[in-house]
Design a protein around this ligand. Sequence first.
Ligand SMILES: Cc1ncc(COP(=O)(O)O)c(C=O)c1O
Length: 404
Amino acid sequence: MDFDFSALRQQFPFFTAHPDWIYLDNAATLHKPQAVFDAMDQFYSHQNSNVHRSAHGLSQQATAAFEAARTTVAQFLNARFPHEIIWTSGTTAGFNQLVFGLMGPVLQSGDRVLISTMEHHANIVPWHIHALPFGVELDVVPLTAEYRFDLAAFAELLKRRPKVVSISHVSNALGHIQPIADIVRLAKAAGAIVILDGAQGIVWEKMDAQALDLDFYLFSGHKLYGPTGSGVLYGKTEYLELLRPLLGGGEMIKTVSFSGSSWNDLPYRLEAGTPNMAGAIGLAAAIVWLQQQDIAAMQQHKKALVQRFYQGCRQIQGLELLSGPTTNAGIVALNLKNEHPADLATLLDQQKIAVRAGTHCAMPLFQALNSKGSVRFSFACYNSFDEIDRTLTALATAVELLTE
Ligand SMILES: Cc1ncc(COP(=O)(O)O)c(C=O)c1O
C-alpha cells in the first residue's frame, strides 16, 4: 500500500475546516477521521437506546453494536477474550480502577510497586490515593544521562521484589520509547504483575497483548483517533477476576439486597452504570479505520517528521533539546535557554501553531531534569513536511524575538 498523504489528510474534517492551523499538540489529543463521526452519528441517529437492559429490538441492536465494538478492540489487542476488554472513560479512569482494584487481593501493606521517572501523573497519583495510604511503597526507575529508561537500574530495583511493575510504553513528555520487551521479560522473571500504560504507545505501534504477555494494558480512545471519554483497560482474565470494583451501581451486580450485593461476571462487573456506548462504537470505528491504513508507512512518515524537525531545531541557536531523535514516537521537547516555555508557545500560538508548554502531567520528570518544563511538539501522521518547515521558521523568529 502506498502512503497517499493528501488522501489521508482529507479524511480529517478539522483540517478542511481549519487549513490555517498547524496542529502539533497530538500527544494531548488527536484529530478524528470522518469515519469516527459517521459511526457515532449512525449510533445516535438510528440505534440510540440503552444496552443490556431492555427487551425491545432497539436495545438489542445497540447491545450488538456495543459488544461488537468490544470484540473489535479485543482482536486489535490480540486479547484472548472480549471480556478482557473493560470500557473506561480513558487511561486515567482505568488506572484509578486498576490501582484501587489491586489493593487487597494483590497488594497489601509492605508490598512494593515499581514505576519510572517518566510516568504521567495518571500512573503516579492513583498509587498515592489508593495504595500508599495502605502501606504500599513506590520505587522509581531513574533516567540515564540521555534521559532514557535505565534498564540496569531497573534490574537492580527488581531485586526488591515489587509485586507490580507499572511503566509507560512511550514517555508523553519526551517521546522516548521504553524498552518494553525487556521490561516485561525482566519484571516477569522477578515475579511481578506488569501494567503497561499505552496512552501514547497505542498510536505508535500495534500492541499484541498475548505475544508480549501483558497482564494489564491501558489506553485512551482520543489518542487513537477515537472520541474523548472512551478508553480501555485490558487485563488477563485471571487478574481482572481479582480486581475489586471501584464503582458500584447498575449493571455491575448479580444481586442486591439492603444487606449486600453480589457482583456480575466480567466485563460488566467493572463497568457500573450506563456505559459510553457511542464512545465505544466511535473507538472501534477508529480502530477499523486505522487498520485500513498503511500503519507502517504512517510510522515512517512520523519518524521522518521528527528527523526533519530535530535537524531544523539544531540550526536554531539557544534551543536545548530534551528529546532524542531516535527511538522516539513523535514528540520533541525543547527549551529556549533562560526563557519560560510558555513564552515560546505563546509566540507560536500567535502564528496559529498549536503546541503545549509546561510540565505535561509529568512533574516528577521535570524535577529530575531540574527544569521548569518544556515546549512540546508532538506529531501525527496527518502533519506535513511543509508544516514542519513553517513551524521551524516561526520558531526561529520567536527565538530571535525572545533573545533580542
Ligand atoms: C502516558 C500517558 N498516560 C496517561 C495519560 C492520561 O490519559 P487521559 O488523560 O486520556 O486519561 C496520558 C495523557 O496524556 C499519557 O500521555
